[in-house]
Design a protein around this ligand. Structure first.
Ligand code: ARG
Length: 283
């Protein structure tokens, strides 16, 4: 009799424990609606990034560093909470913000009306351009229209990716006669890769004709690859597209947007942003 009771008790405890483990695994907090008060209550600010995009975020000796990371630290400090950086591929950053797996996406993310349908954005924090990178000895591609029939490599899920694929939401504009015109010539093929660096290496090794990438990151990568010898790469003067970076948050999260916009303004006013721009060579 006694033995039986002990056995039942053990079984009950094991069952209860496994159930709680199971539940803990299933319960994921939806962060897409968390305003500043909820984040303070949660105790940490969760930021998603893709550290392959210098000077905004990059891996240095295994550590994630960059302008976005420094700003994220400032925001966490202002909230009085810890910062948790979640590292992932760029397209996963956007998905994480949209599905509430992070409070903010800080990854040199360009604002776009298309993205704005599934998430919200802070004020613009940086004006950028999408530039074309080719081999230095390439005399055929001198501007966006020359990409017609060429092979283009890009980072998956980026504006460069959508431009190269002639996506309706990015690759067209209207001219002075209100006619729809393409911003670039239609490439013959597009390879969507894990990073801008991987894409540029495809061009360097002659496996692709061109890359479309954000100007500052393109400059950093091209300078460092060219420094390895040969000056094999160049960036074209004429860009394909002008864009602006912002921090991405959950769709309709007005409280967090208001807080971030005000916090960012404070960082501008107290000189922090100017200091970080200088630190990371951002103009
Ligand atoms: N600005 C571009 C975009 O929003 C590229 C961003 C890539 N960022 C990164 N951390 N890899 O699509």
């Amino acid at each position: 009799m006694k033995k039986k009771i002990v056995l039942f008790t053990v079984i009950a405890i094991v069952a209860a424990l496994s159930l709680s483990v199971l539940l803990a695994g299933c319960t994921t907090v939806d962060m897409s609606k968390a305003g500043p008060d909820e984040i303070k209550e949660y105790g940490k600010l969760v930021v998603a990034t893709s550290p392959d995009f210098p000077p905004f975020e990059n891996l240095e000796d295994g550590e994630i560093v960059g302008w976005d990371i420094d700003v994220a630290n400032e925001l966490a400090k202002m909230l009085g909470v810890e910062l948790e950086i979640k590292s992932m591929a760029f397209d996963a950053v956007l998905a994480s913000v949209a599905t509430g797996k992070a409070h903010i996406g800080m990854a040199g993310i360009s604002y776009s009306a298309k993205r704005d349908e599934t998430m919200d954005f802070s004020v613009n924090v940086y004006d950028s351009q999408q530039v074309i990178i080719v081999r230095a000895d390439n005399n055929e591609i001198n501007g966006p229209m020359d990409l017609e029939g060429k092979t283009v490599a890009v980072q998956a899920g980026t504006i460069g990716n959508w431009l190269a694929e002639m996506d309706e939401d990015y690759a067209y504009t209207t001219n002075e006669n209100n006619e729809k015109v393409a911003r670039l010539g239609t490439p013959s093929s597009v390879s969507a890769l894990d990073s801008g660096l991987t894409a540029i290496q495809r061009v360097k090794t002659d496996h692709a004709d061109a890359v479309i990438l954000d100007k500052l990151t393109a400059q950093e990568i091209v300078v460092s690859l060219n420094a390895q010898g040969g000056d094999q790469l160049k960036i074209l003067e004429t860009s394909v597209y002008g864009d602006a970076y912002a921090f991405a948050i959950g769709e309709g999260n007005v409280k967090l947007k208001e807080w971030i916009d005000a916090a960012y303004q404070e960082l501008v006013d107290n000189g922090t942003i100017a200091r970080l721009n200088e630190k990371w060579n951002i103009e």
